[in-house]
Structure formats: C-alpha cells, structure tokens
Design a protein around this ligand. Structure first.
Ligand SMILES: CC(C)(COP(=O)(O)OP(=O)(O)OC[C@H]1O[C@@H](n2cnc3c(N)ncnc32)[C@H](O)[C@@H]1O)[C@@H](O)C(=O)NCCC(=O)NCCS
Ligand SMILES: Nc1ncnc2c1ncn2[C@@H]1O[C@H](COP(=O)(O)OP(=O)(O)OP(=O)(O)O)[C@@H](O)[C@H]1O
Length: 197
C-alpha cells in the first residue's frame, strides 16, 4: 500500500482536493483534525500541554481552548515550536495505527493530508508527496470567506510560519494547481490512475 502525502499552505485547497480523492474511495488521514482529536483525548499529551501552556489551555469543561493556544503559539516562534514538539509525535503515532488498519483492508494507496508535512518531518514516512498550489491572493480571499474570525494580518502571520509554496513545489513529486486557470477533477483522476498502477 502506497502512502501519499498531500500538503500546501493555509487555504491552498488541500481539504477540497482530498474530498475528491475520498469520492474515489481513497482513505484520507486529516492531520489537522486528528491533531485536534489527540489533543483532546490523549491523556499524557493533555497533561504535557497544560504543563507547557498553563491552566488556560483547557476550559472549565475540559475542552481545548484553541483561541488561547492560537494566540500564544502563532505570536511566538518558541511557543509554536514547543506546541509542535508535543503534538506532532502524537499525530505520527496515531497515523501509524490508522495506516496499519487501512493496509489490512487492502487499499492500493492512502493519503495523509497535512499543512506541515515537510516542517514536521512527516514526509519521511511517505512514498510520494503532492503539493496543492494556489496563488497567495486567491488563498487569502478564500480564507477570509471560510474563517470569518481571521483578519488579513492573522492569515499573513500564519503564512509566515509555513514553508514557502515555491519550496514545497520544488520538493514535491506532484503538484495540483488549484487556481482559477486549472480544473481540479482531471488532475485528481490522473493522479488516482498513477497511484493505482
Ligand atoms: C494552534 C491551534 C490550536 C490553532 O487552532 P485554530 O482553530 O485557530 O486554527 P486551525 O487549527 O484551524 O489552523 C489553521 C491553519 O493554520 C495552520 N497551522 C496550524 N497549526 C500550525 C502550526 N503548528 N504551524 C504553522 N501553521 C499551522 C494550518 O494551515 C491550519 O490549517 C491549532 O492549529 C493547533 O493545535 N496546531 C498544532 C497542531 C498542528 O501542528 N496542526 C497542523 C497540522 S498537523
Ligand atoms: N477551486 C476552488 N474554487 C473555489 N473555492 C475553493 C477552491 N478550492 C478551495 N476553495 C475554498 O477555499 C477554502 C480553503 O480551501 P481548503 O479548506 O480546502 O484549504 P486547505 O488547504 O485545506 O486549508 P487549511 O490549511 O487552512 O486547512 C475553502 O473554503 C474551500 O471551499
């Protein structure tokens, strides 16, 4: 079973592209969603997060206080590195379990979707990498619609914490163009045929 990574900066369209693969029956591991799941459910990780970021990390009901963590982590590179160092290994372990289960089901290939595939080192456990590319102005416009709580400055700040699209495209084995000039479905069908061969 091939393990394919799919990455791209905030708002590039990874989730949209992954939904198309999912329609074709391909299992997709959503690292962002799973990161949130492990932060809520892995008791050791919860203790580590609370020790690192203080009592505000979880609210009175025990839910992760994402607004607080986003404020702390996206404002300070040292805090973001601490958060990543705690969360990324836990996501790596969760992915290993998930992909073993998919392998047992006999899938030809699976996708691992992550904004930080290169930054986290997760790419090393994958056979091929797809980068989803969209120009900066299109990404910003799409995120302002999708995440009304984020300002243009917030988005710019997060983009500054991620590897540049140019470097991701240079390192990737395949690029999916999600701008206003290319059709997505034919690109996904072609990649699906390649990975099934
Ligand atoms: C900091 C947190 C709490 C902010 O939550 P919030 O709901 O405001 O944002 P959300 O999770 O939707 O992230 C928005 C976008 O920011 C980018 N982003 C998220 N985490 C990071 C990070 N550690 N470094 C750089 N960019 C990031 C991604 O493009 C993501 O899609 C959350 O992002 C988090 O727990 N991050 C650590 C886990 C992680 O690295 N996840 C990303 C991929 S595995
Ligand atoms: N080709 C497209 N045409 C129109 N809207 C699109 C297109 N691709 C993505 N979008 C919209 O842009 C927004 C960002 O896309 P998506 O959520 O897939 O990005 P992402 O790369 O997964 O972002 P993040 O890293 O923040 O999770 C979404 O609201 C999505 O519906």
């Amino acid at each position: 079973m091939l393990k394919i990574g799919i990455t791209g900066g905030i708002g590039s369209g990874k989730s949209v592209v992954c939904r198309l693969f999912a329609v074709l029956g391909v299992p997709v591991y959503d690292s962002d969603a799973r990161a949130k799941w492990v932060m809520a459910n892995d008791m050791l990780l919860r203790d580590e997060l609370q020790a690192a970021f203080g009592p505000e990390t979880f609210d009175a009901l025990g839910h992760l206080n994402r607004t607080y963590l986003a404020r702390v982590a996206f404002a300070d590179p040292v805090q973001l590195a601490r958060l990543n160092a705690l969360v990324h290994p836990a996501v790596g372990r969760d992915f290993a379990q998930w992909s073993a289960a998919r392998q047992a089901e006999g899938h030809a290939y699976i996708l691992k979707e992550a904004a930080l595939l290169y930054e986290s080192g997760a790419y090393q456990q994958l056979d091929h990498i797809i980068t989803v590319f969209a120009p900066l102005e299109i990404r910003q416009a799409r995120i302002l619609v999708r995440d009304p709580h984020r300002t243009a400055d917030d988005i710019q700040n997060i983009i500054g914490k991620q590897m540049s699209e140019e470097e991701k495209m240079e390192r990737a084995d395949f690029v999916v163009y999600n701008d206003d000039a290319h059709l997505l479905i034919p690109q996904v069908l072609q990649l699906n045929a390649t990975f099934r061969r």
